[in-house]
Design a protein around this ligand. Structure first.
Ligand SMILES: Nc1nc2c(ncn2[C@@H]2O[C@H](COP(=O)(O)OP(=O)(O)OP(=O)(O)O)[C@@H](O)[C@H]2O)c(=O)[nH]1
Ligand SMILES: [Mg+2]
Length: 341
């Protein structure tokens, strides 16, 4: 059965970079992956993409042809894709039943919160047998301000209710968080969406009373649903990517079965939902120990330590490890090919 992700979120939240990061990670562990670019304005695609909406329609052509602006043009493109769903379906059918497909969406949030075309396309994909999760990226920068954090909560809730898929919210670019100054609370407060009434002080000191009260009312709405929570992501950090992958696999029910001749690294095997009988096999086959850091960032408190509290220490540690790995690789290459010395 094919599985996949609808990668959505605000402009610049890191969707395309995430798709590329996942492509590299999955290739390294011999896990299947195909990326579908559904952004008709994406003319510098960072990843090798299997299916590209630009072969069907581009935003530039729509704007020229119909005199539309970029946002109206984008909605037109999505409606056009919906009307030509057969085109997408035929291309997806070529991928086979073991495919794992990432759909890289455009950044216009209305596409995943209120416009109907993407929702109906997703519905058709699910009906065709694809098991999907929505991966909704939000720039972690927004948690540095109480009112922005509330808008991100509402946006996440809205996307969740609209797309009607197993849903994973992600605070992206967590590695940049430290540069925005101190947070009012620890990261777990924001990621686990704990008792939001603690935001009251910050809201009433920065807003007129009427707006502070309105924000508090919205907070209680989010709390009533008790649906929103966040994973975290620093796309260049392997542990962070693996941890997120694990959360998504849990949501879709995907179990990673490494191909018989593959050699996933032991720390990767540890973190994936590998079938138990294959776990030992995967361990046995693997010799390369990678991963400069301590164990997986399975807890948001570890993420806080890695990227906020002790960032410099970890960065320095990683640099030393990378140097050692580089030297080891060089030595190995020299040993296997002594003539080149
Ligand atoms: N430091 C850091 N930068 C990131 C990360 N993810 C993405 N970026 C940067 O954020 C910028 C935007 O990333 P994109 O992947 O283009 O974002 P997008 O969501 O696809 O943007 P649109 O398609 O325009 O909506 C790029 O400069 C990326 O390099 C991350 O985890 N850490
Ligand atoms: Mg993009």
């Amino acid at each position: 059965m094919p599985f996949g992700e609808i990668v959505c979120g605000s402009p610049g939240s890191g969707k395309s970079t995430y798709c590329y990061g996942k492509y590299q990670l999955f290739n390294a562990i011999n896990r299947p992956i195909d990326i579908v670019n559904l952004d008709p304005a994406n003319d510098t695609i960072p990843y090798p993409c299997t299916i590209n909406i630009s072969e069907l329609i581009t935003l530039k052509d729509v704007m020229n042809e119909y005199g539309l602006g970029p946002n109206g043009g984008m909605l037109y493109c999505m409606e056009y894709l919906e009307a030509n769903y057969d085109w997408l379906e035929a291309k997806l059918n070529e991928l086979g039943k073991d495919a794992y497909v990432l759909f890289d969406l455009p950044g216009q949030v209305e596409l995943s919160t209120n416009h109907e075309s993407v929702k109906r396309i997703v519905g058709k994909l699910v009906k065709s047998g694809l098991r999907l999760a929505a991966v909704h990226l939000c720039d972690a920068h927004y948690i540095t301000d109480a009112t922005k954090y509330i808008s991100v909560l509402l946006l996440s809730l809205r996307a969740m209710l609209h797309l009607e898929l197993p849903h994973i919210n992600v605070l992206s670019k967590i590695d940049l968080l430290k540069q925005y100054g101190d947070l009012d609370f620890n990261l777990d407060f924001y990621a686990e969406v704990q008792d939001l009434s603690y935001l009251e002080n910050s809201l009433s000191s920065s807003l007129p009373p009427k707006f502070a009260a309105l924000n508090m009312a919205m907070i209680s709405l989010v709390e009533d649903f008790n649906l929103v929570g966040f994973e975290t992501l620093a796309v260049e950090d392997k542990n962070s990517m693996l941890n997120l992958t694990r959360a998504i696999d849990r949501a879709t029910g995907y179990v990673f079965i490494p191909p018989p001749d593959s050699k996933p690294p032991p720390d990767v095997v540890d973190q994936m939902d590998v079938a138990p009988d294959l776990r030992a096999n995967a361990y046995g086959l693997f010799s390369t120990a990678i991963g400069p850091m301590k164990g997986p960032l399975s807890d948001v408190r570890d993420v806080q330590e890695r990227w906020i509290d002790e960032r410099e220490t970890y960065d320095a540690f990683e640099k030393v490890q990378w140097r050692k790995e580089g030297e080891a690789l060089r030595d190995e290459a020299a040993r296997s090919n002594p003539m080149q010395q």
